[in-house]
Design a binder for this molecule. Structure first.
Ligand SMILES: [Zn+2]
Length: 386
């Protein structure tokens, strides 16, 4: 065993020595060896990632371009890109593209990598032109189209994004369906801001043809109905969320209240909130329901309901709602204290992150239909008990 241990130590020492020699000045020699000797060991590709940028820079300048070294050049360029040294990555990609052998055999991959460099530094026009070129390639069509969608999303060119997404497999690709529906919702939002409600409705109907589970589309249709004073229709639209994605019911509590107030239907509001509570209990629905019970002159029932629920789901919003209900029954001094505590709770609630991305874990205070972190659509969900 002792003998084996000594052998192992010698092997490690030789390895370290080789690495030191390599880093200290044999870069050119190794590059020339690879140039002469054909294929480089695959493990070398991983080893490069351990070296510093100047070493790799001088190495890549020495390294000839041939069919055996193209992947190594690409690997080093990726290393530079990951380190944020895009100029060096771009220079390698452009150098490879100018070489006939590399261009003929790896032209599409090189174009894709160069486009990624441009995208990385925000040269979207250049990246777009290259990705469009690549959509003619069967192998690179899907990847380059997805990169184009990223560019159009960044630039909020929803109509262009929609057209491009339609070239993908809309029937079978669920991700594409979700994206298309969200693009239509974005276009509808623009129309709504301009008060072009029929345009907005057209976009939203289209959204639902791509993704019938798009709760955002139903919420926006309801908003259009409210803006055009079609209140019963708005409630019918909001009911669709029960089938689409009930987790978003808590997001429409305010809208439901607004509609029922317009219709002057307190009882109806209570029934809708009770149904929401049965389907998808959440802090927002709990607070709205206790408020509706109170407005229907069932204050005791409202307090009892809150006390029971706060036992199971203690939330700051719930405590605040309870204090609001108890306030009118308190003597002047306790009432003053209630107001102070209520103010503290409101300040704490301001800091609460009540939305969470199911894909990357991003959390925030507002609902984003596209996650600001991972850029996926429809993955940020309201947390029920915040
Ligand atoms: Zn995310």
């Amino acid at each position: 065993m002792e003998y084996l241990g000594q052998l192992l130590l010698i092997a490690v020492a030789i390895g370290i020595g080789w690495l030191i020699c390599f880093i200290q000045g044999r870069v050119g020699q190794t590059a020339r060896a690879i140039k002469r000797g054909g294929e480089y060991p695959k493990s070398l590709q991983y080893l490069f990632e351990a070296y510093d940028a100047p070493t790799l820079d001088s190495f890549v300048q020495e390294l000839e371009i041939n069919q055996h070294t193209v992947q190594l050049h690409l690997s080093i360029a990726n290393f530079f890109r990951r380190k944020g040294e895009i100029e060096k990555a771009t220079a390698i990609h452009q150098n490879l593209l100018s070489h006939p052998d590399a261009r003929i055999k790896h032209g599409e991959q090189l174009t894709y990598e160069l486009a990624q460099d441009y995208m990385f530094v925000g040269l979207y026009d250049r990246a777009e032109a290259l990705f469009i070129e690549l959509t003619a390639s069967r192998q690179w069509r899907k990847l380059s189209t997805e990169c184009l969608l990223e560019i159009y999303e960044h630039e909020k060119e929803w109509g262009v994004a929609r057209e491009r997404a339609l070239t993908l497999d809309v029937k079978r690709d669920r991700e594409v369906q979700i994206r298309l529906a969200q693009y239509c919702c974005e276009m509808a939002e623009r129309s709504m801001r301009r008060k072009e409600y029929s345009d907005a409705t057209r976009h939203l109907r289209e959204a639902l043809t791509y993704d019938k589970f798009c709760a955002r589309a139903s919420i926006q249709v309801a908003q259009v109905c409210v803006a055009t004073e079609q209140y019963p229709e708005a409630l019918a639209e909001l009911k669709r969320i029960e089938q689409q994605n009930p987790v978003f019911l808590s997001e429409v509590v305010g809208l439901v209240r607004e509609i029922c107030e317009k219709l002057n239907e307190r009882e109806r509001l209570l029934k809708i909130l009770q149904r929401m509570w049965e389907l998808q209990p959440s802090a927002k629905v709990m607070i709205a329901l206790s408020g509706a019970l109170n407005e229907n002159e069932n204050t005791e029932e409202a307090i009892e309901f809150l006390l029971q629920q706060l036992n199971a789901h203690p939330t700051l919003g719930g405590v605040k709602a309870l204090l609001v209900l108890l306030g009118p029954y308190a003597d002047p001094e306790p009432k003053r204290w209630i107001m102070i505590v209520k103010g503290v709770l409101e300040a704490l609630l301001e800091k609460n992150h009540s939305y969470l991305c199911e894909s990357c874990g991003f959390s925030g205070r507002h609902l984003h239909w596209q996650c600001p972190s991972c850029k996926k659509w429809g993955v940020v969900k309201p947390l029920p008990w915040v």
